[in-house]
Write a protein that binds this ligand. Structure first.
Ligand code: AMP
Ligand code: TRP
Length: 344
């Protein structure tokens, strides 16, 4: 069975989408649409691995959907939906829970960070998070997964699960006529100048939805004044910008701002430094603010417009879910045959 190339990725509906989500993930999702069949998912089942307020979750799901659309994802040519509407994700995740080994999950750094010191009190779902992520990807037999740098380890685990499933069930896969490799080994797509956007307050910390300070991040819905204020206040060092990339070493804040500029401009760090080398931060920040406002302003405005019509957004999600369910259902039938379940 020839495996078709397909892109899958997901974003959690857990608060404000920020510049890291945009440059590390959503902007890349948009670019891949011309080359692949793409499936983009609002991963609400992942979101509830930590507490989500039921009265706020629907709005958060619609906001991520609006961001996808506002950034330029086309839900008619590709598939946009929320995870909980396609039960096959959770179903395959259970089977993967029986494939993945405790030793593999014990190595996951994101669990250690998110669980923190009070590990006994973390949900079982937070621990099993990566097996659900593998199911998201593999239930569509997706081959390429655009993500930020922080998801690299989870992608490696997805490959390990796919590989072990293919090995453990090799005979059954053959006997059922499903060819040699049942699941593809999904490849992470992590590239560009902003695979890890850092906090504006501390260049050694990742920009994150959960940072207590709103000054640490640029939200996709921030207006021009907020964007300007946050970049003006962004931490820097006293030196002017270097004219070569090597000069960014050990200057995490400078490196981050130059990387953000490069990613927004579709340029490289070297190119940006060729233009701004030796400039003071105040000059560079003014250019960065103009660029960010020009690129993000229209996205934020479109997100606001779209979220005013929740009925239209829910219709996009329902349509995407129906199409996703068809693909996922086919995989699950085959998985059941391979595992040895009796089915209708
Ligand atoms: P999440 O908000 O955790 O669901 O992340 C959604 C996507 O954004 C994933 O592909 C992440 O890798 C990516 N992402 C999140 N934070 C950052 C960041 N600070 N820099 C680059 N990519 C990020
Ligand atoms: N774990 C990802 C994150 O927090 C979100 C995610 C869930 C995902 N399932 C996925 C990303 C499948 C890529 C593919 O960023």
């Amino acid at each position: 069975m020839a495996l078709q190339e397909r892109v899958f990725s997901g974003v959690q509906p857990t608060g404000n989408l920020h510049l890291g989500n945009y440059l590390g993930a959503i902007k890349r999702f948009v670019e891949l649409q011309g080359r692949y069949d793409c499936i983009y998912c609002v991963v609400d089942l992942h979101a509830i691995t930590v507490w989500q307020e039921p009265a706020e979750l629907p709005q958060a799901i619609r906001e991520v959907t609006a961001a996808f659309l506002a950034c330029g994802i086309d839900p008619t040519k590709h598939i946009v939906f929320n995870q909980s509407q396609v039960a096959e994700h959770a179903e395959l995740a259970w089977i993967f829970n029986c494939i993945a080994r405790l030793g593999w999950l014990n190595r996951m750094t994101q669990f250690k960070e998110k669980a923190g010191k009070d590990r006994e009190n973390a949900s079982v779902g937070l621990y099993a998070y990566p097996t659900l992520m593998a199911a998201d990807i593999l239930v569509y037999r997706a081959t390429h997964v655009p993500v930020g740098e922080d998801q690299k380890q989870h992608l490696e685990l997805s490959r390990d699960i796919a590989q072990k499933f293919n090995n453990d069930f090799a005979r059954s896969i053959r006997e059922h006529g499903y060819g040699e490799a049942f699941f593809p080994l999904p490849e992470p797509l992590i590239s560009g100048e902003a695979t890890r956007v850092m906090s504006l307050r501390d260049g050694t910390k990742k920009m994150s939805k959960s940072d207590a300070s709103d000054y640490s991040r640029i939200n996709l819905t921030d207006d021009a004044d907020a964007i300007a204020l946050k970049f003006r206040r962004a931490k820097t060092d006293p030196e002017p910008l270097p004219s070569e990339e090597a000069g960014l070493k050990n200057r995490p804040e400078a490196d981050n701002l130059v990387g953000i500029y490069a990613a927004l401009a579709g340029a490289t760090r070297a190119g940006v430094l060729a233009e701004f080398g030796d400039a003071q931060f105040s000059t560079f920040k003014s250019a960065l603010i103009d660029l960010a406002v020009a690129k993000l302003g229209p996205i934020g405005a479109e997100m606001k417009r779209l979220t005013h019509d929740p009925v239209a957004i829910d219709a996009v999600l329902a349509d995407g879910a129906a199409r996703a369910r068809k693909l996922a259902g086919e995989t699950m039938k085959a998985v059941k045959d391979v595992v040895g379940f009796v089915r209708a």
